[in-house]
Ligand binder design. Structure first.
Ligand SMILES: *[C@@H]1O[C@H](CO)[C@@H](O)[C@H](O)[C@H]1NC(C)=O
Length: 493
């Protein structure tokens, strides 16, 4: 029997960043071939038809902040997931594209070697499509001169740190990076915390022999984030080039971002589920348990802080919602959270706890299940905007006929999924815990499609995707607003 299409999805409520409507979708090969009003595909022949039964149909998730298989960059910890297990976990939670980090160490001179080494880690093992942000640890003359080649190789973003001794750049180096990034239309991501303030606070706590995991939070005061965020905004405005402030956790930092945006500056911001769901209480658990929630910035003071971050998502302050999946095993004395336990510090020392939490698989379901965000806004911050900001649109993040890859999540119709309590054994990462264990899940993708293939079918086999199906995707410049003035940056005289 000749077929018109490879896959048809009917009876769904299609949600994109701009529209909600009852539409049916036809997929041919790897792309969205047609999107038509409900019922209009009834005579079309397809190899496979999925009845969405009234569930939401959305573009697949794009997670633009993922750490996998990184060498130990500071301290002993080293990330648990590799490209295979991290991308497997992603697809089982409805994320079809990820942008991970290719980290250059301070001792290294070149970025291109870093890029090629990271390609080698990802090649042939990923379950989902991927790209990399270059993490610039050493903006040497050579590294800066390579930005142009990065663009030719499909890389249009990089990340810098204002903290962590092993990676921290001083302001002059940040300006060097921004100047060259501006020339090459690269978006610079900034980890905005003041490293010297954190070191000073750490010393204060050590003098008082305060080593428990909860003091990680104390050592990273909101002020350190607020100051660095505002400084990053000033540097970006001076250079007139877009930046994205990663993992914003502090309302005062968010307010600086909002007022910069109100002035028309190309300041973009990211937050993560940690800052919507976790607080200081999660760091203050019996024994060493709080280490599970040690990440930077830390979960903040109270639910009022989380509410403010939710509001920032709703009102457009936050451009994207990423996982910051940065997994370390808990019960691992070599590479994980417990590498900070020693004879001298039997309950660990917060300063040595590897920073980061897993979350690539739970990002979409946890956030959607809360029912706190408008549906279009949910698609915007979890899929469309990361694709636009990082030069993947409209191939990723949208459902546009003839232009978008057929990357699709079909959710459970309201009321159809039995709620359950999240446990780590439901997840597909290579980590022995999730900071979100014990929470009630009200949603999960029922089906996930990646470039036309059904890669996840929750009730019939779960993971159906194949290792190695995921491809490197070359990226263009950001399609969100860039510098306000065209031409080269000039010394303001
Ligand atoms: C929007 O969210 C930001 C960040 O949470 C907040 O500072 C601001 O007051 C909110 N409202 C408006 C109208 O800007």
């Amino acid at each position: 029997m000749a077929t018109d299409y490879d896959l048809i999805i009917v009876n769904g409520v299609v949600v994109t960043d701009t529209d909600i409507a009852e539409l049916d979708i036809a997929v041919k090969g790897e792309q969205i071939a047609k999107i038509v009003p409900k019922g209009q595909l009834k005579d079309a022949k397809a190899a496979r038809t999925i009845d969405a039964e009234g569930g939401y149909v959305m573009p697949g998730g794009v997670d633009a902040h993922v750490h996998l298989q990184e060498p130990p960059l500071f301290g002993k910890g080293s990330t648990a997931d590799n490209y295979e297990t991290g991308s497997r976990s992603a697809v089982c939670g409805g994320t079809t594209t990820m942008v991970t980090f290719a980290p250059q160490k301070k001792s290294e001179d070149t970025l291109l070697d870093t890029l090629h080494a990271t390609h080698a880690k990802a090649k042939d093992v990923c379950y989902i499509d991927y790209s990399f942000h270059l993490l610039v640890g050493n903006p040497s003359e050579r590294a800066l001169s390579e930005f142009k080649t990065l663009r030719e190789e499909g890389i249009s973003s990089l990340k810098i740190y204002m903290t962590y001794e092993a990676l921290q750049l001083h302001d002059g180096q940040i300006l060097d990076v921004l100047l060259e990034a501006r020339k090459q239309q690269i978006t610079t991501m900034v980890h905005a915390e003041n490293g010297q303030v954190i070191d000073w606070m750490t010393a204060q706590l050590e003098k008082k022999k305060m080593f428990a995991p909860k003091y990680h939070g104390t050592s990273h005061p909101p002020m350190a984030e607020t100051e660095a965020t505002y400084r990053a905004i000033c540097l970006s405005e001076f250079m007139d080039t877009p930046i994205l402030i990663v993992h914003v956790s502090t309302p005062a930092a968010a307010a600086h971002i909002k007022s910069a945006q109100d002035r028309g500056l190309p300041i973009y911001a990211e937050t993560c589920p940690q800052y919507l769901f976790l607080t200081k209480k999660d760091l203050d658990q019996p024994g060493f348990e709080g280490a599970k929630c040690v990440c930077s910035p830390p979960p903040r003071e109270s639910e009022a802080d989380c509410d403010d971050i939710w509001e920032g998502l709703a009102n457009g302050t936050f451009t994207i919602l990423s996982s910051d999946h940065c997994p370390f095993r808990y019960d691992d004395a070599e590479m994980g959270k417990k590498s900070s336990v020693s004879e001298q510090y039997p309950l660990g020392h917060f300063k040595y706890i590897p920073n980061g939490c897993p979350g690539i698989e739970t990002r979409l379901s946890l956030t959607l299940g809360e029912d706190r965000l408008d549906l279009k806004k949910f698609v915007e911050v979890t899929s469309a905007n990361p694709a636009k900001l990082y030069g993947l649109w409209p191939r990723k993040g949208g459902l546009i006929e003839g232009q978008s890859d057929a990357d699709i999540n079909i959710w459970y119709p309201p009321g159809k999924m039995q709620e359950y309590i999240l446990t780590n054994d439901m997840l597909h990462h290579d980590v022995d815990y999730s900071p979100f264990e014990g929470r009630t899940l009200k949603q999960w993708p029922r089906y996930t499609v990646l470039r036309g293939q059904i890669v996840w079918d929750k009730e019939n086999g779960g993971l159906l995707g194949k290792k190695g199906y995921g491809q490197f995707v070359k990226r263009d410049a950001s399609s969100l607003a860039g510098p306000r003035k065209a031409g080269e940056w000039e010394i303001p005289l």
